[in-house]
Design a protein around this ligand. Structure first.
Ligand SMILES: [Zn+2]
Length: 117
């Protein structure tokens, strides 16, 4: 059983809970990678990689492989800017991947290799 946290802030109500593998069925999930220009994370075991969408340098968390396993086949990692833009344009990235003949794993493999090496 996972714990959740309910909050109310003014008119805004919500619930925060740990991700589960049946969250958002059918949707592409994006793991945000903080931009190198915003924060330094090498001490947290993160590795510097290129965002697969815009090419900016960002930090891949050592926990990324866990998220990849949890959302197998429907997760990519992208810098925080691309992640935020993607949430405002749902469906754009899956359409672009499809048009380019790419699977979400194709974008993840170079990043996972960096984390391994
Ligand atoms: Zn990006």
């Amino acid at each position: 059983m996972s714990q959740s946290y309910r909050f109310k802030f003014g008119n805004l109500k919500g619930e925060i809970k740990p991700a589960e593998n049946n969250d958002n069925p059918g949707e592409l999930m994006i793991v945000g990678m903080p931009l190198v220009s915003n924060i330094h994370m090498s001490t947290a075991g993160a590795k510097e990689v290129d965002c697969p969408l815009c090419g900016k340098r960002c930090w891949a968390s050592p926990h990324l492989p866990e998220a990849v396993k949890m959302f197998a086949g429907r997760v990519i990692a992208a810098c925080t800017e691309c992640s935020l833009r993607a949430n405002l344009n749902k469906g754009v990235i899956p359409k672009r991947l499809h048009e380019a003949g790419l699977h979400p794993d194709d974008l993840l493999q170079p990043i996972l290799k960096e984390l391994d090496g």
